[in-house]
Ligand binder design. Sequence first.
Ligand code: NAD
Length: 286
Amino acid sequence: MVARVIDGKVIAETVKNRVAAEAAEFQRVTGITATLAAVLIGDDPASQVYVRNKERACHKAGLRSVLHRLPADISRMELMDLIAKLNQDPSVHGILVQLPLPKHLDSAMVLDAVSPVKDVDGFHPQNVGLMLQGRPRFLPCTPHGVMEMLKYEQVATVGAHAVVIGRSDIVGKPMAALLMQKGADATVTVCHSRTRDIAAITRQADILIAAVGIPRFVTGDMIRPGAVVIDVGINRDGDTLVGDVDYESAFQTASAMTPVPGGVGPMTIAMLLQNTLLAAMQSVKA
Ligand code: NAD
């Protein structure tokens, strides 16, 4: 079997076009331009690229984005002051603090400081709780993007065995939660760094989602023939980006799979735009 490629760029484009149309209509009716404030601390090259891509996507969809660049040695107090200002600024609807943060800053404390109604990344504990209860305010962008891809590709999740590799707060945990939610109705197994005989588990997956952060971790022999494979990983290998799945061997076994780049990455950005528009709409209703 040779896999069908799930083209994240095409699916992301349809989401972004929908957001652009809705944002234009929202602006026509209310006079409000949905606005994202991005906070970039330090000069991590990957973070710079991510933030630039997010800003570009905002502008293309008719959303406003305002970038706050801060030096790597910014104090906790100064950062908290900026977040408090953005929380109070009615012209800002979404706030994104680009991770990772410099070591002297406690990510949990910083992310908790973002107002939950502007938390377009969906990382605030209040939003995590609402998501877990199946009444989300903002869904976290990467797992939400994966769910959108599965829907677009008409991958049946109901009753399917979905295996998620990784248990991070950003990807693995919320991914598992969304897959098991009523409506998606998958049976979910989560594997992590302490899981025994991981291949025996991944080979049972109808849908396999890799969010490990180890280049080419999942090889073809770990995949059940015909499974759908979603590769969340973005790893640098010299000058190229590679996923957590060994594309060549997986391609021979899976029925459908996402490439890296051009798979989950573009979806993450598309869902961020969707959340920013949603935040702007909710600010009017509030
Ligand atoms: P993380 O490092 O926080 O988590 C990795 C997880 O993998 C951990 O829960 C760990 O238990 C598990 N793990 C590590 N070694 C393992 C092993 N040997 N066997 C089984 N499990 C193991 O990473 P993250 O933030 O969840 O990101 C995962 C990957 O996804 C990274 O490559 C990251 O760059 C990428 N990512 C991509 C997007 C996107 O938009 N496409 C967004 C976020 C993260």
